[in-house]
Design a protein around this ligand. Structure first.
Ligand SMILES: Cc1cc2nc3c(=O)[nH]c(=O)nc-3n(C[C@H](O)[C@H](O)[C@H](O)COP(=O)(O)OP(=O)(O)OC[C@H]3O[C@@H](n4cnc5c(N)ncnc54)[C@H](O)[C@@H]3O)c2cc1C
Length: 351
């Protein structure tokens, strides 16, 4: 990829696209470069909660104003030039390889807060880059109950939707009414003439399309832009008390003690017990490969003791899979996602 030429073309397209979308000032005054933050060979260890990961060829974070237009331009240009592209939320569920990511990483972290002028008295449209904890705060500020379960959970709303994150008995889809997303140009059959950078679609949540850690976005090439949550009016004191209790609970469970990406494996009925429990029963608490270790206090948490490589983490996940399969006849599916350029093929069960 010729990164300089990619950026040059992108910058040339930015002004006209923003003007066409109705942005008349601000962003362009500092030059089109002001619309994007970007870096070459950006270490992904600074963008993942595991604190591992080699360089991304080109990391781009469109700034807040005009995000859908700017992100759309990046997606279209990457598509046209055949450059691979990865969409980054908060990196709270990722193991990026030590070799890093070839192509572009599109960071959604600049697209936060509420969607302007949208939502009703008991619904909130929240932008995809908003941290999940902040989304719970935005609801609490309006005395709206229903997002308390996200308090203290690392990750963005976009990532939480993509993963259909689940905690304290609730999945993100339980509170979800509608989603807004950008269909990537090229795959976009029904593009409005003249928009050029892709089509923004809204879709109500349909029965059965979300499941346990499953969302329709996992089978789509789309950039999630926002989520509309259907909430109910509640007592601000009670909402905040619940949020505080959940944050404390995570703290007491040691979730923030070391870098991690939360639960390493999904739970499976076939195993008859939560995966963490099985790891515990097999005497594997504290089991380590290099700097990656099964948390001594939780069998489904893999932690970075400080000097772990992505390779260590992957080797540990593969070894746990292998041992569980050998003992229980079934390997659990990893919940954490392996991203970037890996050397070897992954073992069965985590392909
Ligand atoms: C301490 C700790 C505790 C955790 N506890 C829980 C828990 O209780 N329950 C739980 O479910 N998870 C938990 N996690 C995992 C993590 O928080 C969630 O999976 C979270 O939803 C990931 O969001 P993210 O923004 O970091 O996504 P990322 O890790 O950045 O990305 C995850 C996937 O989503 C895609 N994606 C992200 N944003 C977009 C977008 N805007 N459009 C399209 N695709 C997108 C990415 O391409 C990637 O495929 C925990 C993690 C940590 C570190």
């Amino acid at each position: 990829m010729d990164r300089a030429s990619f950026l040059k073309k992108l910058e040339a397209e930015t002004g006209p696209a923003l003007r066409a979308a109705g942005f008349t000032g601000g962003l362009e005054s500092g030059g089109n470069a002001a619309a994007f933050e970007y870096r070459f060979d950006e270490p992904m260890s600074g963008h993942t909660t595991f604190r591992v990961g080699g360089p991304a060829d080109l990391w781009i974070r469109p700034r807040r104003e005009g995000f859908p237009v700017l992100a759309g331009l990046v997606l279209r240009r990457a598509g046209e030039e055949g450059i691979p592209l990865f969409i980054l939320g908060s990196g709270a569920n990722l193991v990026v390889s030590d070799r890093g990511i070839r192509g572009i990483v599109l960071d959604t972290g600049g697209w936060t807060g509420l969607l302007d002028g949208e939502g009703g008295p008991s619904s909130l449209w929240i932008r995809a880059g908003t941290p999940a904890d902040q989304a719970a705060e935005l609801a609490a500020d309006r005395s709206l109950s229903g997002l308390e379960f996200l308090a203290g959970m690392p990750g963005s709303i976009g990532g939480a939707l993509w993963m259909n994150a689940r905690c304290y008995g609730r999945s993100v889809s339980d509170a979800l009414g509608e989603t807004e997303f950008l269909v990537l140009p090229g795959l976009d059959q029904g593009r409005e003439p003249g928009t050029g950078w892709g089509e923004i679609r809204r879709a109500p949540v349909k029965e059965g399309e979300f499941g346990y850690k499953k969302s329709p976005f996992q089978a789509m090439d789309a950039l999630i832009l926002a989520a509309c949550f259907t909430l109910s009016l509640g007592s601000p004191e009670r909402i905040r008390a619940k949020m505080e209790a959940l944050r404390r609970d995570r703290e007491e469970r040691g979730q923030y003690r070391f870098p991690s990406a939360g639960s390493a494996f999904k739970n499976h009925r076939a195993l008859g017990a939560p995966t963490g429990k099985i790891v515990d029963q097999m005497g594997l608490l504290g089991f380590a490969i290099g700097g990656a270790q099964v948390a001594p206090w939780h069998g489904n948490f893999i932690i970075n003791r400080g000097n772990a490589t992505a390779g260590d983490i992957r080797a540990l996940v593969e070894e746990l899979s292998r041992r569980i399969r050998a003992e229980r006849g079934f390997a659990p599916e990893p919940e954490i996602l392996f991203v970037g350029e890996w050397q070897a093929k992954m073992v069965r069960g985590i392909e």
